[in-house]
Design a protein around this ligand. Structure first.
Ligand code: SF4
Ligand code: SF4
Ligand code: SF4
Length: 277
């Protein structure tokens, strides 16, 4: 834990603890961890907790002089104080059980949180890992946003005309699939490579020919929202991790103190990342 990890409370004597799970991963908590959090809120705080947009749990009104004690209880149960300030914020990802995941991202979120925990950066930095194009964890408004993609195709397995892939709520959201007497036809122009149809087609008529990750940078929310810009696509988690490391290296080497990735992109253009990514 570093000083920036503590959020000032409503009075000088208290702080807000922002907590996430090291294992299973940030937003995924075991029932035992939930009990520990409830106990901490009850014993040290005001009996309340707040779930944040970045998949952490804030426990307010914790006396400053109890922080070390609480941190040691948290750490013994696979929990940690999550960061604020000029560091990487808690890396967020889709739940691993969502049916639509092209690729589950929670293990990678875990890994990145471990790797960049307490690393000083020029400014606040967010990484969001979406398992499909729905982008439920807001990859397009993050400093580094990842969206898993699937290029789909048809197999030899006969279509059973169940219509699951073409109608709400599980089917194609952009009307890219038409069902004919001979089976399904896919409109490649309309397809956004979300992989839904592949995930729901039980007979295996639709398959993913290739899965990969689209990477976006320079997004942000807040008072000056920006949509992230597409940087490139990579296949496999090793290549994705290497690209994220490269983005962070370039950011650290080129950004002024306090600048976010979006500020650096505005000042130097995407070339600063494109040239070396
Ligand atoms: S982005 Fe896709 S995979 Fe992730 S939670 Fe949303 S629907 Fe599920
Ligand atoms: S992968 Fe393409 S065709 Fe399949 S559900 Fe997504 S958008 Fe529709
Ligand atoms: S392609 Fe698969 S999900 Fe779609 S109608 Fe045929 S069998 Fe059903």
């Amino acid at each position: 834990m570093v000083k920036d990890d503590l959020i000032e409370g409503r009075n000088r004597e208290t702080v807000v603890l922002r907590i996430s799970s090291v294992k299973p991963y940030s937003a995924e908590l075991t029932s035992e961890q939930l009990e520990i959090l409830a106990d901490i809120a009850e014993q040290y705080g005001s009996g309340k907790a707040h779930v944040t947009a970045r998949q952490t749990i804030e426990v307010p009104d914790v006396p400053r002089n109890c922080v070390d004690e609480v941190v040691s209880v948290l750490e013994s149960h696979g929990l940690r104080i999550s960061s604020t300030g000029r560091q990487l914020r808690n890396v967020i990802a889709c739940s691993r059980w969502c049916l639509y995941n092209v690729k589950p991202m929670s293990e990678l979120a875990c890994e990145l949180n471990r790797q960049y925990m307490n690393v000083r950066l020029p400014g606040k930095t967010t990484i969001s890992l979406s398992g499909c194009d729905f982008s439920c964890v807001r990859s397009r408004t993050s400093d580094i946003g990842v969206i898993a993609r699937a290029d789909i195709g048809l197999t030899e397995k006969r279509c059973k005309h169940c219509k699951v892939c073409i109608k709400e709520p599980l089917g194609c959201q952009v009307d890219a699939i038409t069902l004919t007497d001979d089976g399904v036809v896919i409109d490649r122009e309309r397809c956004v490579r979300c992989g839904f149809c592949w995930n729901v087609c039980r007979p295996g008529t639709i398959e993913a020919k290739r899965t990969y990750y689209d990477v976006f940078i320079g997004g942000r929310g807040g008072m000056r929202p920006e949509e992230a810009k597409f940087l490139g696509s990579v296949e496999g988690q090793d290549a994705l991790k290497a690209l994220i490391q490269r983005i962070i290296d370039i950011y650290q080497a080129n950004a002024r103190e306090g600048e976010r990735i979006s500020d650096l992109v505005k000042r130097q253009g995407m070339e600063v990342f494109n040239g070396r990514a």
